[in-house]
Ligand binder design. Structure first.
Ligand SMILES: C[S@@+](CC[C@H](N)C(=O)[O-])C[C@H]1O[C@@H](n2cnc3c(N)ncnc32)[C@H](O)[C@@H]1O
Length: 236
Protein backbone atom coordinates (compact mmCIF):
# COMPACT_ATOMS: atom_id res chain seq x y z
CA UNK A 1 0.00 0.00 0.00
CA UNK A 2 1.18 3.49 -0.80
CA UNK A 3 0.59 6.80 0.89
CA UNK A 4 -2.74 7.31 -0.87
CA UNK A 5 -4.02 4.27 0.95
CA UNK A 6 -4.27 6.14 4.24
CA UNK A 7 -7.92 6.38 3.14
CA UNK A 8 -8.18 2.65 3.83
CA UNK A 9 -7.01 2.79 7.44
CA UNK A 10 -7.53 6.41 8.50
CA UNK A 11 -9.47 5.56 11.66
CA UNK A 12 -6.99 2.86 12.72
CA UNK A 13 -4.02 5.18 12.07
CA UNK A 14 -5.65 7.98 14.04
CA UNK A 15 -6.29 5.69 17.04
CA UNK A 16 -2.78 4.23 16.90
CA UNK A 17 -1.17 7.67 16.59
CA UNK A 18 -3.08 9.12 19.57
CA UNK A 19 -1.30 7.24 22.36
CA UNK A 20 1.54 5.08 21.04
CA UNK A 21 5.23 5.41 21.81
CA UNK A 22 6.50 6.45 18.37
CA UNK A 23 3.97 9.14 17.48
CA UNK A 24 2.51 10.40 20.75
CA UNK A 25 5.59 10.15 22.98
CA UNK A 26 8.48 10.45 20.56
CA UNK A 27 7.79 12.10 17.20
CA UNK A 28 5.15 14.67 18.16
CA UNK A 29 6.88 15.97 21.31
CA UNK A 30 10.15 16.22 19.34
CA UNK A 31 8.54 18.27 16.55
CA UNK A 32 6.82 20.52 19.09
CA UNK A 33 10.13 21.08 20.85
CA UNK A 34 11.85 21.99 17.58
CA UNK A 35 9.02 24.39 16.71
CA UNK A 36 9.35 26.14 20.09
CA UNK A 37 7.05 29.07 20.79
CA UNK A 38 4.51 29.16 17.95
CA UNK A 39 2.18 31.72 19.48
CA UNK A 40 0.95 34.06 16.72
CA UNK A 41 2.87 32.20 14.00
CA UNK A 42 1.25 31.09 10.76
CA UNK A 43 2.03 27.38 10.43
CA UNK A 44 1.33 25.13 7.43
CA UNK A 45 0.92 21.48 8.49
CA UNK A 46 1.86 19.59 5.30
CA UNK A 47 0.54 16.02 5.43
CA UNK A 48 -1.44 16.90 8.54
CA UNK A 49 -3.19 13.53 8.70
CA UNK A 50 -6.03 13.54 11.22
CA UNK A 51 -4.66 16.70 12.83
CA UNK A 52 -3.13 15.71 16.19
CA UNK A 53 -0.13 18.01 15.70
CA UNK A 54 -2.29 20.83 14.36
CA UNK A 55 -4.46 20.55 17.49
CA UNK A 56 -1.37 20.96 19.72
CA UNK A 57 -0.16 23.92 17.67
CA UNK A 58 -3.54 25.66 17.86
CA UNK A 59 -3.59 25.09 21.62
CA UNK A 60 -0.20 26.86 21.73
CA UNK A 61 -1.55 29.90 19.87
CA UNK A 62 -0.51 29.16 16.26
CA UNK A 63 -2.68 29.97 13.27
CA UNK A 64 -2.69 26.62 11.46
CA UNK A 65 -3.54 25.65 7.88
CA UNK A 66 -3.38 21.96 6.98
CA UNK A 67 -3.47 19.70 3.97
CA UNK A 68 -3.19 16.01 3.27
CA UNK A 69 -3.55 13.85 0.17
CA UNK A 70 -6.01 11.53 1.93
CA UNK A 71 -9.63 12.74 1.99
CA UNK A 72 -10.40 10.37 4.88
CA UNK A 73 -7.58 11.83 6.99
CA UNK A 74 -8.75 15.37 6.20
CA UNK A 75 -12.28 14.41 7.25
CA UNK A 76 -10.94 13.21 10.63
CA UNK A 77 -8.88 16.40 10.95
CA UNK A 78 -11.98 18.48 10.24
CA UNK A 79 -13.86 16.68 13.01
CA UNK A 80 -10.95 17.18 15.41
CA UNK A 81 -10.15 20.82 14.57
CA UNK A 82 -13.56 22.25 13.63
CA UNK A 83 -14.66 24.31 10.61
CA UNK A 84 -12.58 27.42 11.39
CA UNK A 85 -9.27 25.71 10.53
CA UNK A 86 -8.48 25.77 6.78
CA UNK A 87 -7.93 22.17 5.64
CA UNK A 88 -7.64 20.91 2.09
CA UNK A 89 -7.07 17.67 0.22
CA UNK A 90 -3.80 18.34 -1.55
CA UNK A 91 -0.79 16.35 -2.72
CA UNK A 92 2.58 17.67 -1.54
CA UNK A 93 4.03 16.66 -4.91
CA UNK A 94 1.75 19.13 -6.70
CA UNK A 95 1.91 22.95 -6.73
CA UNK A 96 0.53 24.24 -3.41
CA UNK A 97 -2.57 26.49 -3.44
CA UNK A 98 -1.02 29.13 -1.17
CA UNK A 99 0.40 32.62 -1.75
CA UNK A 100 4.14 33.23 -1.78
CA UNK A 101 5.57 33.87 1.71
CA UNK A 102 2.27 32.99 3.42
CA UNK A 103 3.73 31.03 6.37
CA UNK A 104 6.23 31.48 9.21
CA UNK A 105 6.73 27.71 9.46
CA UNK A 106 5.97 24.63 7.40
CA UNK A 107 5.87 21.41 9.36
CA UNK A 108 6.13 18.14 7.43
CA UNK A 109 5.69 15.47 10.04
CA UNK A 110 6.38 11.92 8.76
CA UNK A 111 5.36 12.75 5.20
CA UNK A 112 8.47 13.46 3.06
CA UNK A 113 9.48 9.78 3.13
CA UNK A 114 6.43 9.00 0.97
CA UNK A 115 7.83 11.11 -1.88
CA UNK A 116 10.24 9.87 -4.53
CA UNK A 117 11.13 13.38 -5.65
CA UNK A 118 11.86 16.07 -3.08
CA UNK A 119 12.97 18.87 -5.41
CA UNK A 120 9.56 20.22 -6.48
CA UNK A 121 7.96 19.85 -3.01
CA UNK A 122 10.91 21.60 -1.31
CA UNK A 123 10.77 24.41 -3.90
CA UNK A 124 7.06 24.86 -3.13
CA UNK A 125 7.68 24.79 0.62
CA UNK A 126 10.39 27.42 0.17
CA UNK A 127 8.05 29.56 -1.97
CA UNK A 128 5.27 29.63 0.66
CA UNK A 129 7.69 30.36 3.54
CA UNK A 130 8.40 33.93 4.60
CA UNK A 131 12.08 34.94 4.45
CA UNK A 132 13.57 33.56 7.66
CA UNK A 133 10.74 31.01 7.90
CA UNK A 134 11.42 27.39 8.83
CA UNK A 135 10.74 23.92 7.53
CA UNK A 136 10.50 21.45 10.42
CA UNK A 137 10.43 17.87 9.15
CA UNK A 138 10.59 14.34 10.50
CA UNK A 139 11.24 11.26 8.37
CA UNK A 140 12.15 7.62 8.79
CA UNK A 141 15.81 7.55 9.84
CA UNK A 142 17.74 6.18 6.83
CA UNK A 143 20.10 4.12 9.03
CA UNK A 144 17.21 2.00 10.32
CA UNK A 145 16.65 0.49 6.89
CA UNK A 146 20.34 -0.40 6.71
CA UNK A 147 20.19 -2.13 10.11
CA UNK A 148 17.07 -4.06 9.09
CA UNK A 149 18.19 -4.88 5.54
CA UNK A 150 22.03 -4.86 5.55
CA UNK A 151 22.25 -6.42 2.08
CA UNK A 152 20.40 -3.52 0.42
CA UNK A 153 22.33 -0.68 -1.21
CA UNK A 154 22.16 2.07 1.44
CA UNK A 155 23.22 4.69 -1.10
CA UNK A 156 20.40 4.01 -3.56
CA UNK A 157 17.19 6.02 -3.33
CA UNK A 158 14.64 3.24 -3.47
CA UNK A 159 11.10 2.29 -2.61
CA UNK A 160 10.47 -0.28 0.11
CA UNK A 161 7.53 -1.77 1.92
CA UNK A 162 7.18 -2.25 5.66
CA UNK A 163 4.52 -4.13 7.57
CA UNK A 164 2.97 -2.09 10.37
CA UNK A 165 0.36 -2.81 12.99
CA UNK A 166 -2.21 -0.03 13.20
CA UNK A 167 -4.48 -0.45 16.19
CA UNK A 168 -4.63 -4.20 15.62
CA UNK A 169 -4.79 -4.07 11.81
CA UNK A 170 -1.73 -5.20 9.87
CA UNK A 171 -0.95 -3.38 6.65
CA UNK A 172 2.08 -2.71 4.46
CA UNK A 173 3.18 0.90 3.97
CA UNK A 174 5.43 1.93 1.10
CA UNK A 175 8.20 4.45 1.73
CA UNK A 176 11.14 5.96 -0.14
CA UNK A 177 14.54 5.34 1.42
CA UNK A 178 17.21 7.94 0.68
CA UNK A 179 20.70 8.08 2.18
CA UNK A 180 21.63 10.92 4.52
CA UNK A 181 23.70 12.67 1.85
CA UNK A 182 20.62 12.83 -0.43
CA UNK A 183 18.46 14.16 2.41
CA UNK A 184 20.91 16.93 3.29
CA UNK A 185 21.72 17.55 -0.39
CA UNK A 186 18.06 18.07 -1.30
CA UNK A 187 17.64 20.61 1.51
CA UNK A 188 20.75 22.54 0.46
CA UNK A 189 19.87 22.34 -3.25
CA UNK A 190 16.49 23.89 -2.40
CA UNK A 191 18.39 26.89 -1.00
CA UNK A 192 17.27 26.16 2.54
CA UNK A 193 19.78 26.46 5.40
CA UNK A 194 20.02 23.37 7.55
CA UNK A 195 19.89 24.54 11.17
CA UNK A 196 19.19 21.32 13.08
CA UNK A 197 19.62 17.62 12.38
CA UNK A 198 18.42 15.67 15.40
CA UNK A 199 18.00 12.13 16.80
CA UNK A 200 16.25 12.95 20.06
CA UNK A 201 15.29 10.68 22.96
CA UNK A 202 11.61 9.92 23.64
CA UNK A 203 9.70 12.42 25.77
CA UNK A 204 10.52 12.31 29.48
CA UNK A 205 6.77 12.04 30.07
CA UNK A 206 6.50 8.69 28.25
CA UNK A 207 4.73 6.12 30.46
CA UNK A 208 7.38 3.60 31.55
CA UNK A 209 5.43 0.61 30.24
CA UNK A 210 5.64 1.99 26.67
CA UNK A 211 9.42 2.37 26.70
CA UNK A 212 11.78 -0.32 25.33
CA UNK A 213 13.37 -2.10 28.35
CA UNK A 214 16.90 -0.74 27.68
CA UNK A 215 15.54 2.84 27.75
CA UNK A 216 13.27 2.28 30.76
CA UNK A 217 16.23 0.79 32.68
CA UNK A 218 18.44 3.79 31.85
CA UNK A 219 21.02 1.61 30.02
CA UNK A 220 20.48 3.73 26.91
CA UNK A 221 19.06 7.19 26.42
CA UNK A 222 17.49 6.96 22.96
CA UNK A 223 16.68 4.70 20.03
CA UNK A 224 17.10 5.13 16.30
CA UNK A 225 13.77 5.60 14.55
CA UNK A 226 13.11 9.00 12.98
CA UNK A 227 15.40 11.80 11.81
CA UNK A 228 14.36 15.38 12.54
CA UNK A 229 15.50 18.52 10.76
CA UNK A 230 14.96 22.24 10.80
CA UNK A 231 15.86 24.24 7.67
CA UNK A 232 15.49 27.97 7.22
CA UNK A 233 14.66 30.03 4.18
CA UNK A 234 17.38 32.71 3.96
CA UNK A 235 16.14 36.10 5.13
CA UNK A 236 17.67 37.92 2.16
C1 LIG B 1 2.44 8.95 9.03
S1 LIG B 1 1.08 9.97 8.61
C2 LIG B 1 1.46 11.44 9.55
C3 LIG B 1 0.28 12.34 9.72
C4 LIG B 1 0.55 13.59 10.56
N1 LIG B 1 1.59 14.42 10.00
C5 LIG B 1 0.90 13.18 11.97
O1 LIG B 1 2.08 13.27 12.34
O2 LIG B 1 0.00 12.75 12.70
C6 LIG B 1 1.49 10.45 6.97
C7 LIG B 1 0.44 11.34 6.33
O3 LIG B 1 1.01 11.83 5.12
C8 LIG B 1 -0.01 11.85 4.14
N2 LIG B 1 0.63 11.85 2.82
C9 LIG B 1 1.33 10.87 2.24
N3 LIG B 1 1.77 11.26 1.03
C10 LIG B 1 1.35 12.53 0.85
C11 LIG B 1 1.48 13.48 -0.20
N4 LIG B 1 2.15 13.18 -1.32
N5 LIG B 1 0.90 14.69 -0.06
C12 LIG B 1 0.21 14.99 1.07
N6 LIG B 1 0.05 14.14 2.09
C13 LIG B 1 0.60 12.91 1.99
C14 LIG B 1 -0.83 10.60 4.43
O4 LIG B 1 -2.10 10.65 3.84
C15 LIG B 1 -0.85 10.62 5.95
O5 LIG B 1 -1.95 11.33 6.46
Amino acid sequence: MGAADYDDFAVQYDRENAGNLLNAHYERPAVLRLLGDVSGRRVLDAGCGSGPLAAELIARGAEVTGFDSSPAMIELARRRLGPAVPLTVQDLSRPLPFEDEAFDDVVASLVLHYLEDWDAPLAEIRRVLKPGGRLIASINHPFVRQFNEPTEDYFATREYGEEVDLDGRTTTLTFWHRPLREIVGAILDADLRLRVLDEPPPSTETPGELLPPHIASGDRSAFLCFLFLVAEKPAT
